[in-house]
Design a protein around this ligand. Structure first.
Ligand code: GDG
Length: 499
């Protein structure tokens, strides 16, 4: 850990807080329950620090930027807002971030809209975030920038003459060169990423893709080392490049899963689905999550394995997301049509309903109750940086009597792949066969697999992740850090696992 007076400045697109007025009319900040914020709060409180981000806009909270320092008083550190105009939100957030980088980095280049205006606004907005970070920081601080919205921030900070060290973590995958090279601004973006002092990816696979792009595009780059963290020397600067699989607050999930409140909710779910195996899918509404193919696999299961009819139900929770983007609205319609078709074909009026479709955000208690009640977790993204739902499902399976079916294209497969049932999400019959296998798996095997996964997630939780990233930024010794099983440091070995 770095010295205490070296503050941590976190920069992310959204501030992970919601805001409400207290009885005296003052705004108050409440941390959202996500793993990232849970893990960073203790570090920020301990070292002192600042969280910079866009507070978002909503009808309830028009623009509270000027009131943020007061609103954030209870958090133990400072919150600082970057305000965005409606046009910036359109071109930077919905445009470049979510119509260019998000689809491209998930290998879906046909969904990209490479509008040059998006790139211009992306650079301007990144400059805005950089100005805020520059103003807030001093030499000796560590600025930790998060995710694909803010890849240009270090470049802008260098222009401003920032003395603090700057790290970056990419939460989504990094694509291989044949896909990355399609980006019209490929050179500028790779140069921008190399302006950070430390660039972190989810898996060794993402890190290798990035290094291949650096080798292809940056002629004077010298890359040294083969451990979890490698060093690249570019134009006289040293950049560390590593992989740090993000995780969850395992103990918090496990404890809450064991609470009487969750137990009662989980029991209620089982009562509504008597003598039935519950299969669970939980995803944000997103085309990367593979929901339509998953529904087709479930339909194939009921068609080819009639013995499972009335013995399984799929609960598919879809959390509304990015509904202002046309592709997301189309996806919602496609999902609803598929659910209607499956239920229309197989439903028993007054009895069994094959698919329970929930389109809304669940409370944390309900979310954990669904995890706890499910016999099979069905997580089949077409591509995913990590997928925290997979890890949360295992943490909440306190009886250890259930099975995880996991896409081999989720980052989590690197860590959990030996104990989950790995599937290719494009293989409809293969996914149906995996559900059939999970249904018939004997209890001893189920428990042994789940126990191994839970042990690994417990050991390498989100606090380990924060600590290993921050240590990687300052360590003098670049030998491999301990990584979860299969997050092997050696590049050739992880390649062998996936392909
Ligand atoms: C990105 C990357 C990477 C979901 N439904 C509800 C709910 N959730 C929470 C889950 C989980 C989170 O949302 C989803 O995280 P994922 O990792 O599964 O997916 P993304 O949102 O796409 O996240 C991903 C992640 O960043 C972290 O680096 O793993 O690959 O795409 O924590 O619990 N929470 C509540 N109600 C819901 O209905 N309360």
């Amino acid at each position: 850990m770095t010295k205490q007076h070296e503050r941590l400045i976190v920069v992310s697109n959204r501030l992970p807080f919601s805001f409400r007025r207290d009885d005296s009319g003052k705004w108050r900040a409440e941390a959202s329950g996500g793993g990232l914020v849970t893990a960073l709060l203790p570090v920020l409180r301990h070292r002192g620090g600042i969280w910079i981000g866009w507070p978002g806009t909503s009808e309830d909270v028009p623009d509270i930027s000027p009131e943020l320092p007061v609103a954030g008083e209870d958090t133990g550190f400072t919150l600082q807002a970057v305000s965005l105009t409606a046009e910036e939100v359109r071109n930077f957030y919905e445009g470049f971030s979510n119509e260019v980088i998000w689809p491209l980095f998930h290998d879906m280049q046909l969904l990209c809209n490479f509008d040059p205006a998006y790139w211009r606004t992306y650079r301007e907005v990144n400059r805005k975030f950089a100005r805020a970070a520059h103003k807030a920081s001093r030499a000796g601080d560590f600025i930790w920038v998060h995710d694909y919205h803010l890849m240009n921030v270090a470049l802008e900070l260098r222009r401003l003459g920032t003395k603090a060290r700057i790290g970056f973590f990419l939460h989504i995958p990094f694509p291989p060169p044949d896909i990355y090279l399609k980006l019209p601004w490929r050179m500028a973006l790779i140069d921008a990423l190399l302006q950070f002092d430390l660039v972190g990816f989810q898996t060794a696979h993402d890190r290798r893709n990035f290094l291949q792009c650096v080798r292809a595009l940056v002629k004077d780059a010298e890359i040294d080392g083969r451990g979890q963290i490698v060093q690249a020397s570019v134009g006289g600067r040293e950049v560390r490049i590593g992989n740090f699989p993000i995780s969850i607050d395992y103990n918090a999930f496990m404890r809450q899963a064991a609470s009487p409140e969750v137990a009662a909710r989980a029991k209620e779910l089982h009562r509504m689905l008597p003598n039935r195996n519950v299969i669970l899918g939980i995803d944000r509404l997103d085309y990367t999550k593979g929901i339509p193919l998953r529904l087709q696999a479930f339909q194939d299961l009921l068609t080819r394995y009639p013995d499972l009819r009335e013995r399984v139900s799929l609960i598919q929770v879809v959390v509304p997301s990015r509904e202002d983007i046309a592709q997301y609205r189309d996806l919602k319609t496609e999902i609803e049509q598929l659910v209607g078709r499956i239920n229309g074909t197989f439903v028993q009026p007054g009895g069994w309903v094959p698919v329970w479709y929930v389109y809304r955000s669940l409370s944390r208690v309900d979310l954990i109750a669904y995890y706890r009640a499910a016999d099979i977790g069905l997580i089949t993204p077409l591509k995913d940086g990590m997928n925290l739902v997979a890890k949360e499902y295992c943490a909440c399976s306190i009886e250890e009597d259930c099975t995880l079916i996991l896409s081999e294209f989720a980052g989590a497969a690197m860590q959990l792949g030996r104990s989950a049932l790995l599937v290719n999400p494009y293989d409809i019959e293969g996914v149906a066969d995996a559900i059939h296998r999970a249904f018939h798996m004997d209890k001893a095997e189920r428990q042994a697999r789940m126990r191994r996964m839970r042990r690994s997630i417990r050991e390498y939780d989100v606090f380990w992740w924060v600590d290993s990233f921050l240590r990687a930024a300052i360590t003098k010794d670049l030998r491999a850090f301990p990584l979860p099983e299969n997050h092997v440091a050696d590049e050739s070995a992880d390649h062998a696992l996936l392909f």
